[in-house]
Design a protein around this ligand. Sequence first.
Ligand code: PMP
Length: 408
Amino acid sequence: MSEQQNGPTTRRVSARVGAIAESATLAVDARAKALKAAGRPVIGFGAGEPDFPTPDYVVQAAAAACADPVNHRYTPAGGLPELKAAIVAKTERDSGYAVAPEQVLVTNGGKQAVYEAFATLLDPGDEVLLPAPYWTTYPEAIRLAGGVPVEVLAGTEAGYLVDVEALEAARTPRTKVLLFCSPSNPTGAVYPPEQVQAIGEWAARHGLWVVTDEIYEHLLYDGAQAPSMPVLVPELADRTLVLNGVAKTYAMTGWRVGWLIGPRDVVRAATNLQSHLTSNVANVSQRAAVAALEGPLDAVAAMREAFDRRRRTIVSMLSEAPGVVCPTPQGAFYVYPDVRGVLGRTIRGRTPTTSAELAEVVLEEVEVAVVPGEAFGPSGWLRLSYALGDEDLAEGVGRLVGLLREAT
Ligand code: PMP
């Protein structure tokens, strides 16, 4: 049957939802896992999550919470008061940003915070400046809210960092929001403090809102810093939403706890939305997040050390590949090599002309899963997560570099 089952004007799937692309990062990860399950020696660089277990004291707190019937019930839709208090304290401790509990909404992961931020801020046709390469979820969340993502590309030569000039060139009377993410997924780039300040001052000058995603705040290398934009530019605070979560800092991706911090009226509105969407985050997960936030930052320090070691290995190995330019990332756990110099060359009888085709050749020929740049903006790059064991990392990158050396 055609899509039009109920008459000529209705469709089975709405245009709005039908237009959503599958999350390319989750798709690559799923494909790699499926091949692995079928016995193929696939090494996956697609995952956007730490390969460490959640710290023990967090798991213990969750186990204790499970046993207490008080946690078998709903919490307030916007989150447990204890967790909001812990988020307030953590934000002051880590960012020097003083906020009130009424400015916090606890969400189902940072991802729901992204969705709710745009749903709460955007009217149809409102434009969002989206520095590219961008995390694959942002444009979908913007479009679902009726907004228009306006990509502002910063490529390899720019160190994947947009500047005020480029943003200003893309600004129109419809521009309402700037999306900012530092350290960045997918590039691992970190904005220097003076650039954060310059961008914040520019946004404040033009009355723009800023949605700033700080989920990788603790994964910084080489002495890099990632100050919170509304701290550097206090006049922006009344038009800033800060997004964050426990996923990356405490290896808690599966627990699904994130949050959004913003002005009271916006947070109230977003909480109303969430009260009809998902209600509260799982009670036990919120208790686990309280333990995580009130605990030390030792676990992330240990992870950072391992990530840093792998980062150095992966950058130096990839830099050996002909046609590849691999900038050294200063944050998160991704590298974003520029592979435009490989495209159009022939590898084992195939001539990929896009990074998506190259990623396919790599998966099929050497069983290494990487995410093509098309998931994050233009073709021509690959994203590799280095959140995997040192041996797998060396073996997988070795296979990839060996294959690229065959290009003629
Ligand atoms: N923001 C960025 C930039 C991310 O990379 C991710 C995870 N991939 C998230 C937010 C959301 O993380 P979660 O929903 O697992 O908390």
